[in-house]
Design a protein around this ligand. Structure first.
Ligand code: PEP
Length: 249
């Protein structure tokens, strides 16, 4: 039985004081023993949000990390730095980073392995573009992204990994995937993991859906058999994120 997980991706929103205030207001509301709730916040707000969430079941996450521990990488933050702060989650390979910041399948893999090494749970994002879906290449694209991302990951580590299926055409567009599209893709990802890593790995890995999740559609999406929760952008910086998290139950 996989526990549901709902992660908010704040993207580049909230100054550190505003982040602290929002986290303080939300922390009891998001606390439910049935769902792991995570707030993935900008680096500069990690500490203030962690302070605000102290003693709560709600966890914090970063939105990216570098795959090296240290070095001449101006502007970057390493997994070692996140681990030393006690950050338990990190988003890896979000499509915005793949499209706008040169993230590749190779860097996604290096970051995933590094996050695991530092005992940070990577939320690894995969998803097809509108064009790839139109050309019926969704399955091939997802298989390739998953194969690369999980290269050298051991089957026993899959319980510590979260995959987020995020069709690019659904992110920030208000056009969520249908229940059938989301379930079909998440099932396909699970089957691919089963074929390559075995039944136990496939049954333990949590697979989220992301893309225009709202309080209106969350309940039905999260009830699908292969969808273990959501990665939520726009709806996670609003007080109604409470409903989205609670629908994970
Ligand atoms: C995201 O940023 O991962 C995302 C899914 O955004 P939104 O919920 O706004 O579509």
């Amino acid at each position: 039985m996989r526990k549901k997980l709902v992660a908010g991706n704040w993207k580049m929103h909230f100054t550190p004081p505003a982040a602290r205030k929002f986290a303080e207001e939300m922390k009891t509301k998001l606390c439910t023993p049935d769902v792991d709730a995570v707030l993935c916040v900008p680096y500069v707000s990690l500490q203030s949000v962690m302070d605000a969430l102290a003693g709560s079941l709600v966890k914090v996450g970063a939105q990216n990390m570098h795959y090296m521990d240290e070095g001449a990488y101006t502007g970057e933050i390493s997994g070692e730095m996140l681990a030393s702060m006690g950050v338990p989650y990190v988003i890896i390979g979000h499509s915005e980073r793949r499209e706008r910041f040169g993230e590749t399948d190779t860097t996604v893999n290096l970051k995933t392995l590094k996050a695991l090494q530092h005992k940070i749970t990577p939320i690894v994002c995969v998803g097809e573009s509108q064009r790839q879906r139109r050309e019926k290449r969704t399955a091939a694209v997802l298989r390739k992204q998953i194969t690369f991302a999980l290269d050298e990951v051991r089957p026993s580590e899959m319980a510590k990994i979260v995959i987020a299926y995020e069709p690019i055409w659904a992110i920030g567009t208000g056009e969520a995937a249908t229940l059938e599209q989301a379930e079909e893709a998440c099932e396909m990802i699970r089957e691919h993991i089963m074929d390559n890593m075995g039944e136990k790995a496939a049954q333990t890995v949590r697979i989220l859906y992301g893309g225009s999740v709202t309080p209106e559609n969350a309940s039905a999406l999260f009830a699908m058999p292969n969808i273990d929760g959501g990665l939520v952008g726009g709806a996670s910086v609003k007080p109604s994120f409470e409903q989205v998290v609670r629908y994970g139950k």
